[in-house]
Design a protein around this ligand. Sequence first.
Ligand SMILES: Nc1ncnc2c1ncn2[C@@H]1O[C@H](COP(=O)(O)OP(=O)(O)OP(=O)(O)O)[C@@H](O)[C@H]1O
Ligand SMILES: O=P(O)(O)O[C@H]1[C@H](OP(=O)(O)O)[C@@H](OP(=O)(O)O)[C@@H](O)[C@@H](O)[C@@H]1OP(=O)(O)O
Ligand SMILES: [Mg+2]
Ligand SMILES: [Mg+2]
Length: 354
Amino acid sequence: MIVKAEMVGKESGELCESGAEKMSSQMRGDDTFEGNACSLGLGFPLQQRKLVVVGYALTSKKTKSFMQPKLEGLARNKGIVFVPIDQNRPLSDQGPFDIVLHKLLGKEWRQILEDYRQVHPEVTVLDPPDAIQHLHNRQYMLQEVAYMNFSGPYGKVSVPSQLVIKRDASSIPDAVNIAGLRLPLVAKPLVADGSAKSHELSLAYDQYSLRKLEPPLVLQEFVNHGGVLFKVYIVGEAIKVVRRFSLPNVSRRDLSKSAGVFRFPRVSCAAASADDADLDPGIAELPPRPLLERFAKELRRRLGLQLFNLDIIREHGTKDRFYVIDINYFPGYGKMPEYEHIFTDFLLSLVRSK
Ligand SMILES: Nc1ncnc2c1ncn2[C@@H]1O[C@H](COP(=O)(O)OP(=O)(O)OP(=O)(O)O)[C@@H](O)[C@H]1O
Ligand SMILES: O=P(O)(O)O[C@H]1[C@H](OP(=O)(O)O)[C@@H](OP(=O)(O)O)[C@@H](O)[C@@H](O)[C@@H]1OP(=O)(O)O
Ligand SMILES: [Mg+2]
Ligand SMILES: [Mg+2]
């Protein structure tokens, strides 16, 4: 298949609208595209570039939130077309793709992708299934952050102390004691595969109630953070941070007065943006940019992932003690400001770097 477009000399390297439109319609109908040079009055094309074909295999929810008309339009103008992958047809019969984007569940799909990567090493699969798998278990999800033991002039980043309980809820109080974990504790399902159940969290206030929890789970110390968290979106080298409302502080007094287990299913997705809220500056201040840049670069390398976000909190009453509490693969980029530009630039950079 020849997929070639004549690009003209706009500084940004963007296609002019008519050329781009023609390109995508021909892509759909015909295997071969010879793009038109659109003229800037110079009479000749200044640049030649291959069309970038991105296959995507996403849930319908993700397709809806991510594949927005603005993204597709901007992509088209930059010479990128998004093509849905048909899961009922062999992957190798589709495309050819330059890049495959995916977020689907299941062993079968993982195997299909692994096989495809073997046969098509020239295609960038974002991201490698085994690296994503690492995030699907909360026992390992934050492991690399803990190993990094990140500390520098702008602050320290670590993970809350946590304990894995595989079975037997009656043993939890003793296990918590032995591990020296301090209440309250956030109980999180061990599996973080994106299913509704994997987002069913609870907060346990007292030792006795810990027996009511349902393993397998991770028990994580609740860190007071002033009720605001930072969602740090990563797209390759690009980083965007937004504020979200989060669980409020739990005081020692609250703790002595309360008992039981409080369930909070899907709390983080229900949380509103706190970007425009009138907040205490000590709570609202974003983590320093240089800290995030250094930290994200190293974490990206360790995880072998390009598309993820981190939930980061700042310990209440401190300026520079940060904790990573969650890492999500291919998160809701639709909610990330300017994601259309960032994502399309990223896709182009991948192709260029090949
Ligand atoms: N250790 C902690 N200390 C304080 N608050 C926490 C802690 N862990 C979780 N939370 C709160 O609970 C929310 C949900 O936790 P977490 O992000 O781990 O769950 P999730 O279901 O994986 O979320 P997402 O929808 O982002 O994938 C967080 O956004 C934060 O408000
Ligand atoms: O639903 P949204 O678009 O908001 O995206 C959420 C995403 O759901 P989706 O992948 O099904 O779309 C979640 O993925 P799973 O853990 O469930 O796999 C998780 O990554 C959340 O953190 C995302 O919210 P964000 O962190 O960006 O606010
Ligand atoms: Mg989260
Ligand atoms: Mg999560």
